[in-house]
Structures are given as C-alpha cells and as structure tokens.
Ligand binder design. Structure first.
Ligand code: ADE
Length: 242
C-alpha cells in the first residue's frame, strides 16, 4: 500500500518509522512518503495560512499549496488515491472504516492545522478522487498529524503480513462489536491477586464461555451503545443471561 502524508510538520510523522508501522515500511508492505506542504509555496515566508473570510478567530490554510500538492502527488488523468483529511468535523473513525481503508492501494493524508483547510480544497479533490473527512472523537486536536498516526496504525495492522500473529485480528474487540475480555499472564498469583481459575483449567469450552461473558459484561458497563448496535442474532440465549 502506498501512503502519502502532507503536513507542515513532517517531523511529527517520524513515529511512522518505528515499531509495527515502521517495520511494514522497511519490509516494503507500506510505501510511506511524508511531504512538507511548504514545498508547494512560492513566497519568501513559505506562507500556508491566511485570515478567514467573514472574520473570526484563527487562521485558515490557503488553498494554493494544497492544490499544487494534490496535482504533484496525484496528477489529473493518472491513478488516484483515496484522500483522508482528519478533522473534528469529520465522520467518526471506526474499525469498519479502518478495514475499508486497508483495502485501498493508495491513501493520501492531508494534515490541517489552525482552523482547518479552505473548503474548496476537498471540493477540488472530490472531482477526481474519493475524499474522507475523518474525526477521531469529540475533542479538538491542534492538527491532523496525531490523527494520521492513529489512523495509519489502525489501518496498517490490518494489512496482510504486518501483524506477527494474525489470529489477534480475529479475536479482537471491535471486530466482534464487543470490547475485549480481560487478559492475564504469569505469575498465577501476583501481590495476592489470583488469575481467574477457569483460565488455568485447560477447559477450552469453559474458557471461551468465560471470555465471552466478560466481554459482554464489560461492554454493557462501559459501552452500552455498542451492545444496542449489535446485529440481531449476534447474541445467543446464554449471552442474554449474562
Ligand atoms: N483535527 C483536530 N481535531 C481532530 C479530531 N478530533 N479528529 C481528527 N482530526 C482532528
């Protein structure tokens, strides 16, 4: 998968060279390219922002450098990426969207700063590529860079060959619509706290049932909204008793 990131703080994206995503980039699973938006400015101060039309606080990112960046990275008439623009005004980022993005051959991330990017940029991009404005949650970050780190990590671990143990993808929380059950490792007793005995029993059926019950209880307590959204037929009679 090719990944381009455009930002005025390319150094902010340095963690993409570390850990799981970094290894995928080194192995060639990810073709990662980070660009400085200011490379597409032409004035002495390499200006990327200006005051908002209509007035108000803060600054808005000017459309010209963004237009040039899009044209340079994905020229009209050629293959097009899916553009992802993190924004608190976007649609919520979910596991489902991560799966959808993981199926794309090419993603281009545009990191906004200040009060955002001139609206005409995404409208221009939509003429030739799919555009997703994505929010991480109902809070405001200083810019899209941290959101890109989050989105890329969530997407990259879904790519074939990126996770050491692909089984973890099958078992994990949001894949099943439930939060994950609690996990334990050695020692069996630690500071007088015991590991739940069923996990030491070797009974695979009972262990699976216990994990399911814990996942259901946790979800009911912490995320009742998820439980309500579970597709009909996802809960069996035993689940309902929990
Ligand atoms: N940029 C600023 N705030 C954001 C948020 N909550 N999600 C995604 N991108 C953002």
């Amino acid at each position: 998968m090719r990944l381009d990131v455009v930002s005025i703080f390319p150094d902010y994206l340095a963690p993409l060279r570390l850990s799981l995503v970094g290894k995928a980039a080194e192995a060639g699973t990810l073709d990662l390219r980070v660009h400085d938006l200011r490379d597409w400015t032409h004035d002495r101060h390499r200006t990327v922002d200006d005051t908002p039309y209509g007035g108000g606080a803060g600054m808005v990112m000017r459309p010209e450098p963004w237009g040039e960046a899009l044209d340079a990275l994905a020229p009209e008439g050629g293959p097009q990426p899916r553009l992802v623009v993190p924004s608190p005004a976007g649609t919520p980022f979910t596991h489902r969207l991560a799966e959808e993005l993981a199926a794309e051959p090419w993603l281009l991330f545009g990191c906004g700063r200040y009060e955002g990017i001139d609206q005409r940029v995404t409208e221009y991009a939509r003429r030739r590529m799919r555009v997703e404005e994505v929010s991480l949650g109902d809070y405001v970050l200083a810019g899209g860079e941290v959101a890109v780190l989050v989105i890329v990590e969530a997407v990259a671990r879904l790519l074939p060959g990126v996770l050491g143990n692909p089984e973890s993808l099958v078992e994990e929380s949001h894949a099943a619509g439930l939060l994950e059950y609690p996990v334990y490792t050695k020692p069996a007793t630690w500071r007088e706290a015991e590991v739940p005995p069923v996990l030491l029993s070797g009974h695979h059926g009972q262990i699976a049932r216990w994990r399911r019950d814990e996942a259901l209880r946790r979800t009911a307590r912490r995320r009742p909204d998820l439980l309500r959204r579970l597709p009909a037929g996802e809960l069996d009679t035993r689940d309902r008793a929990v």
